[in-house]
Design a binder for this molecule. Sequence first.
Ligand code: ASP
Length: 439
Amino acid sequence: MRKLELHWQILIGMLLGILFGFAMTYVDWGKDFVSDWIQPLGTIFVKLLKLIAIPLIVASLVKGISDLKDISKFRNIGLRTIGIYIITTVFAITIGLVLVNLMQPGNGISQETVEKLTDTYAGDAGVTSKIEEASRQKGSGPLQFIEDMVPDNAFAAMSDNGLMLQVIFFTIFLGISMLLIGEEKSKPLKDFFDSMNEVVLKMVDLIMLTAPYAVFALLAGVVVSSSDPDLLLALLKYALVVVLGLALMIIFYGILVSVFTKKNPFWFLKEMSPAQLLAFSTSSSAATLPVTMERVEEHIGVDKEVSSFVLPVGATINMDGTSLYQGVAAVFISQALGFDLTFADQLTIVLTALLASIGSAAVPGAGMVMLVIVLESIGFPSDKLAIGLALIFAVDRPLDMCRTIVNVTGDATVSMLVAKSVGKLGEPKVKNWDDNLKK
Ligand code: ASP
């Protein structure tokens, strides 16, 4: 019998996880059972993916740069990547703003719903912690972002997944210096990283064998801890606007792929689907990164010279889904609380949501932290921030799952565009976990 393709296996695992989670909400001990006995399996899976993220970034970026043979190529790739990232993000925010202004989801929210949501969530630790985190991040100067990118200890940077940009900085520095000492002298180090890169990619294959079970656990966990369905329903129109915007982004990526790389967009989405499904299940582009890299390199055919730079950088700074959501959420909250926005305010949203998505961490719920900064930039009263966030908190997790799909797909699309533009888009060469096993 032919084995079911990976994305179908993952999809079935997700559906069963959702059904199981719902069933468990009907039994008294269900919630505890899921959090004690099921959820840990999902957490272990996410930990395994995070475990290999830094070794994978280091090994593949060193390999990518040292294969380049010429530093000016790297400058080309770098500039194009950042340029296209900014363009797609501005496009995403604009789509979000157009939709939220056309559909006005905030105007239908009754005073009663506002009060109910405020009572339920305004004092919730989830909301208050986001506001605190945002004020911590906001206190920094204009060049802080660049300053933060430069580590003062390479090993300390590599020991913290949150310091991905520092690791990238160090690795690029290392790779470029390897190019400069010449092929012969850098060969031992290059061989070491080449081999490590192969090994870590194999680890991705092995971890992915458990993906269908892990997503079952992750989604069952999400369902048992989700909010009251009545509250979810009250926010349906807002959620639909975000989801519609995200869906348009996926179509936009399909068009970009088809126009600029002449590849079939459906093929692209199918090949990327395991990464997208994981993005949905984990709500974290950082946790999904190893799978995104594996899919883009082996299943799409993007050369490591491009993917090893574009994808890790994208996971940290390119978040089209998050920025679209920030645009929609900021206007929705303003509409619902009767806070009038001028055209200039909306332009401010474009700019701050762009910067906020660059500054958002690639972890669950990070988009909501930066939303606070977007809201403050348009003069939203700070005493009402908690109420504003309370309004959208109930649906934040499902929307986070959806926007993470877009974040990951956006990175993959840009890696294809950049690869095509520098002649580095080749044929896929799929490797299976057991290729070297004697059968
Ligand atoms: N969870 C998103 C990501 O990891 C970030 C966010 O929108 O909260 O890409």
